[in-house]
Design a protein around this ligand. Structure first.
Ligand code: SAM
Length: 212
């Protein structure tokens, strides 16, 4: 999702009370940032934020951090927060490649990846958020019992991700090739913007949950 550049979006993000700056020292301080000891969960590539905001609404006893690479996209989420402020969310505009600079060891217990960019060229495989290089990063910040949850409509990216879970030495807890028809895995499912769009077009939605 790359919206047209919106002039001034970087400045809005720098001054926004819900946004943590990439330059800020956050490692090991997330409980202080939120002012409580609730678990911290991260969505990488949150887009306009529909999914993470609904999660935060439903689970006030959990803290959420939304990461998004582009300010023009993140801006849409911030606009929604002005209408309905949620105390248990923060946002960071950053490339998730640097995630280990923002979170310390075991600072999160769940990472959500929804409809991540497929990077179809082989030479770009390590940029995929489910590559072994990214699992290595998640390994450094996830609690021992933590999980990564991944949804997509892209079968090639899904098959690649299944292989990478195993090559990274992780364990596949469960997976489905048709989430919306899977009574067990679909329970409590919150649809993302892309999920609504692609399932309306008849695409099956794939999901996996992985842990160490
Ligand atoms: N998750 C949303 C959904 O399901 O509707 C948006 C999906 S969109 C295809 C992927 C999003 O991930 C885009 O907004 C993109 O900017 C963001 N993204 C891709 N790579 C990223 C990275 N390395 N770090 C942070 N955000 C990233």
């Amino acid at each position: 999702m790359r919206l047209r550049n919106i002039p001034g979006s970087r400045e809005v993000i720098t001054e926004n009370r819900w946004c943590i700056q990439e330059t800020q020292e956050t490692k090991g301080t997330w409980h202080t940032i939120f002012g409580n000891d609730h678990p911290v969960r991260i969505e990488i590539g949150m887009g306009k934020g529909k999914f993470i905001m609904e999660l935060a609404r439903q689970n006030p006893q959990v803290n959420y951090v939304g990461i998004e690479k582009y300010s023009s996209v993140l801006l849409r989420g911030l606009q929604k927060m002005e209408e309905e402020p949620l105390e248990n969310i923060r946002f960071i505009r950053m490339d998730a490649e640097n995630i280990c600079e923002m979170f310390g060891r075991e600072e999160t217990d769940r990472i959500y990846l929804n409809f991540s960019d497929p990077w179809p060229k082989d030479r770009h495989a390590k940029r995929r958020l489910t590559s072994r290089q990214f699992f290595h990063r998640y390994d450094q910040i996830l609690k021992k019992s933590g999980v990564v949850e991944f949804k997509t409509d892209n079968v090639n990216l899904f098959d690649f991700s299944l292989e990478e879970v195993s090559k990274a030495g992780w364990h596949l807890n469960e997976f489905t090739r048709n989430l919306h028809q899977d009574q067990h895995m679909n329970q409590g499912n919150i649809m993302t913007e892309y999920e609504e769009k692609f399932s309306a077009m008849g695409h099956p939605i794939y999901k996996l949950i992985a842990s160490r």
